[in-house]
Design a protein around this ligand. Structure first.
Ligand code: PMP
Ligand code: GLU
Length: 396
């Protein structure tokens, strides 16, 4: 019998939709997968070569729990050169993806019942990770009218004596919104008044920005001892399968995460670490090439989605998702007599009828919306929206 903890846990909807789409594909159906968020590019050659060399050079032993010193040094250099932030290698822990880094951070700071403020729309896993760590999510809704960003006033109103942490994802999954320097300053000013609130800043999409360099709450010195930056190579370097993410945090937290990881998974793969080290220390032009391709696709998908009747489409500043409001279709009926009651129904309808996989907004805490990933070719995006338009026109 499963534990109550695991029974209460929801399945990852992004991974589940992607799995469903793969199963349909394997059964011979031509499915276009706009569900999962992962770059369709191959990992750049110089990074792959570093991994091959690491194998030949016998980097095959356990590494320090937080990762090789050389990798942690490369991450500190990146934080200095790209973000102008000072961190020492002792302040970095590498994990099996940013996912593990976030979950471990939450497990290290939360006691049972502690609250974590999470702006919605949020990435699917945050709320479930808070549950795993024994905490409670306090969700605040960002409005589509404010480009899906919360205001400083909303944050102030949400903080209670039970608040232990605040999570921010910028650029955001699922909306692509990026908090400007000025917006972050206002949020930081609120946090200055609440010195016991810890900040988790998920910056995994920072390289995929269409509005220039992304600012971070970590730029505020008064947050230095209570902020964890989460990042990794999955998105910016097209390395989702290599499973290298990291957290940059104050020493007291890094010690806790290292203790936890030492009992749980140990360090991530030695070979993947050497590849990630090359990503951070090698030629970075691959990042710009992929970013530019995503920007072209962003412009294409936004123009196509804006032609769909009933979709309200924001202009994402970064990442590779659009998150249209789609509630226009709720209550409508398909040719087979099935009624579309919510965004999950709509996503299933599009998968079954148009053979396009997406993810309903319910999983992101915003049931009026639906998420499409544009980490796929322009041809696939054009074909997907032809099919979506036709399928939606059949709903009465
Ligand atoms: N944070 C966000 C917002 C994400 O979209 C993802 C994507 N999976 C992650 C964290 C986890 O990334 P990783 O593949 O490095 O675990
Ligand atoms: N973060 C990606 C997404 O939102 C990958 C899937 C996952 O890890 O949940 O689709």
């Amino acid at each position: 019998m499963l534990s109550n903890k695991i029974i209460a846990l929801a399945e990852s909807e992004t991974l589940a939709m992607s799995q469903r789409s793969t199963e349909l594909k394997n059964s011979g159906i031509d499915v276009i997968n706009l569900s999962v968020g992962e770059p369709d590019f191959f990992t750049p050659d110089h990074i792959k070569n570093a991994a091959k060399t690491a194998i030949d050079d016998n980097f095959s032993f356990y590494t320090p729990v937080g990762g090789y010193l050389s990798l942690r040094k490369a991450i500190c250099q990146k934080l200095k050169n790209w973000n102008n932030l000072d961190f020492s290698p002792e302040q970095i822990v590498c994990a099996n993806g940013a996912k593990q880094a976030i979950c471990e951070t939450l497990m290290c700071i939360l006691n049972d019942g502690d609250e974590v403020i999470i702006p919605a729309p949020y990435w699917v896993s945050y709320v479930e990770m808070v549950k795993i760590a024994g905490g409670q999510s306090a969700v605040i809704q960002a409005s589509s009218a404010n480009n899906f960003k919360i205001t400083a006033e909303q944050l102030r109103a949400a903080i209670t004596p039970k608040t232990k942490a605040f999570m921010l994802c910028s650029p955001s999954n699922p909306t692509g919104s990026i908090y400007s320097k000025d917006e972050l300053k206002k949020i930081a000013e609120v946090l200055r008044d609440f010195p016991d609130v810890f900040v988790i800043s998920d910056e995994i999409y920072e390289y995929i920005s269409y509005v220039g360099k992304v600012n971070s709450l970590a730029e505020y010195d008064f947050l230095k001892d209570r902020i964890a930056i989460i990042n990794g190579v999955s998105k910016g370097y097209a390395m989702t399968g290599w499973r290298i993410g990291w957290v940059a945090a104050p020493l007291w937290l890094v010690k806790g995460i290292t203790k936890l990881q030492g009992q749980f998974t140990s360090a991530p793969s030695s070979i993947a670490q050497k590849a990630a080290e090359k990503a951070y220390s090698g030629d970075n032009s691959c990042v710009e090439k992929m970013r530019a391709a995503f920007e072209k696709r962003r412009d294409l998908i936004v123009s196509l989605a804006r032609k769909i009747e009933g979709f309200e489409v924001n202009l994402p500043d970064g990442a590779f998702y659009i998150f249209p409001v789609c509630k226009h279709y709720f209550g409508k009926t398909a040719l087979n007599g099935k009624t579309i009651s919510n965004s999950s129904d709509l996503a299933m309808y599009l998968l079954d009828t148009a053979h396009v996989a997406s993810v309903g907004g319910d999983a992101f805490g915003s049931p009026d919306c639906i998420r499409f990933s544009y980490a796929t070719s322009e041809e696939q995006i054009v074909e997907a929206f032809k099919r979506i338009e036709k399928a939606l026109a059949e709903l009465k």
